[in-house]
Design a protein around this ligand. Structure first.
Ligand SMILES: Cc1cc2nc3c(=O)[nH]c(=O)nc-3n(C[C@H](O)[C@H](O)[C@H](O)COP(=O)(O)OP(=O)(O)OC[C@H]3O[C@@H](n4cnc5c(N)ncnc54)[C@H](O)[C@@H]3O)c2cc1C
Length: 329
């Protein structure tokens, strides 16, 4: 008896979802190519909405099948289990409004949810604006950055975010929400899995283009010399005491730099990065995350929290009600 995403109750629900969503959804689509870890299993359903109406159809399919939705941005903070994700994965890559960049003036920069952060950083600098340079080193999307409150180099998206256009896949509500209502905190927010960031509006400042370009170069140089390339999702653990105790130092002190478990290993270059082998296993990465967490707790007393979004491992999911959205429709 097979127990993959395409079988049993989930299989029936997935089949119904794909029927409801033809032609924008497919059954059993590998998610590895949609993540920077490049390992892990398939989504039972993978949907590529092109219009807001398609998002309404996905909301109907979510309600009609009971399958969970998961927005996949650039997959740079996701680890999908080898068993896959038994729900509806959604990419905004084909959604027109999610790919746009509009610079009205410094105080009102519109960015689609699917826009890559480095692209947004370079475009805003090219327009003579300052305040988003930090994003050049983070390989995520605007939507993923809002959900995670991504940041670096002394800033984060909360610093310049004014408001977002959200679409709720449970209620079908679609509307603008002020940044202050998103519960943005260090590397997190109150957004739930069923809430899609369609676009975001930032308030930046008029800057000195040459100085900002030099800052972009410096950030890229710093990243290249301090962080590994290859298959990872950036820092695995949140620093337990920001600015004072770094997770990487604790991993290092536990003697785990370079430590290997199956097809996953702790980076030699940065001990808070866990690398996957080419054709490796997401379950090995997960097992190594747990091993490191336990070893660090034993040696230092700190219980590290994973910054990476773990999908499909069967962990109890915290109930996140999400944020209130007024309705545009
Ligand atoms: C080499 C490397 C370096 C990194 N450095 C940093 C760093 O310095 N600072 C930092 O904060 N992060 C860093 N990261 C992690 C990652 O890039 C960020 O968390 C990023 O914001 C994730 O965006 P994403 O589009 O890849 O999201 P994904 O990984 O695709 O998804 C992450 C979460 O966001 C949700 N999501 C994605 N798109 C949307 C959307 N449109 N609407 C609603 N929810 C959405 C997903 O459902 C998921 O819950 C790094 C990652 C790598 C690989």
């Amino acid at each position: 008896v097979s127990s993959g995403p395409g079988s049993g109750d989930h299989g029936d629900a997935a089949l119904r979802a794909v029927e409801l969503l033809a032609p924008i959804a497919q059954l059993d689509v590998p998610l590895a190519p949609h993540t920077t870890y490049r390992v892990g299993g398939s989504a039972a359903v993978f949907a590529r909405p092109r219009t807001l109406d398609d998002l309404h159809r996905i909301a109907d399919a979510v309600r009609g099948t009971g399958l969970s939705p998961l927005v996949v941005g650039r997959g740079s903070n996701l680890l999908v289990a080898d068993a896959g994700f038994h729900g509806i994965a959604i990419t905004l890559a084909d959604l027109d409004c999610a790919g746009t960049i509009s610079v009205e003036h410094a105080d009102d920069v519109g960015l689609g949810g699917a826009v890559a952060l480095p692209v947004a950083a370079r475009r805003t600098v090219a327009a003579g604006l300052t305040g988003f340079e930090w994003a050049v080193g983070v390989p995520g999307s605007i939507g993923g950055a809002v959900r995670m409150n991504a940041g670096g180099h002394g800033s984060d998206i909360a610093t310049s975010l004014r408001r977002v256009e959200l679409f709720d896949l449970h209620t079908g509500h679609h509307g603008d929400v002020a940044a202050g209502s998103l519960g943005l905190r260090f590397r997190g927010s109150e957004l739930a899995d069923h809430q899609v960031v369609v676009t975001a509006r930032l308030g930046l400042a008029v800057g000195d283009r040459e100085r900002s370009e030099a800052e972009l170069d410096e950030i890229v140089r710093w990243r290249r010399s301090n962080q590994p390339g290859g298959q990872n999702a950036g820092s695995v653990f949140v620093n337990p005491v920001p600015g004072e105790v770094a997770a990487g130092q604790l991993v290092d002190a536990a003697g785990l730099r370079g430590f290997r478990l199956g097809s996953a290993h702790v980076s030699e270059k940065h001990a808070n990065f866990i690398q996957a082998d080419d054709s490796g296993s997401a379950d090995d990465v997960r097992a190594l995350i747990e091993f490191v967490r336990e070893r660090v707790a034993e040696t230092s007393g700190y219980v590290l929290r994973s910054e990476v979004r773990l999908v499909g491992f069967g962990d109890p999911e915290p109930v996140v009600p999400g944020v209130e959205i007024g309705n545009r429709r």
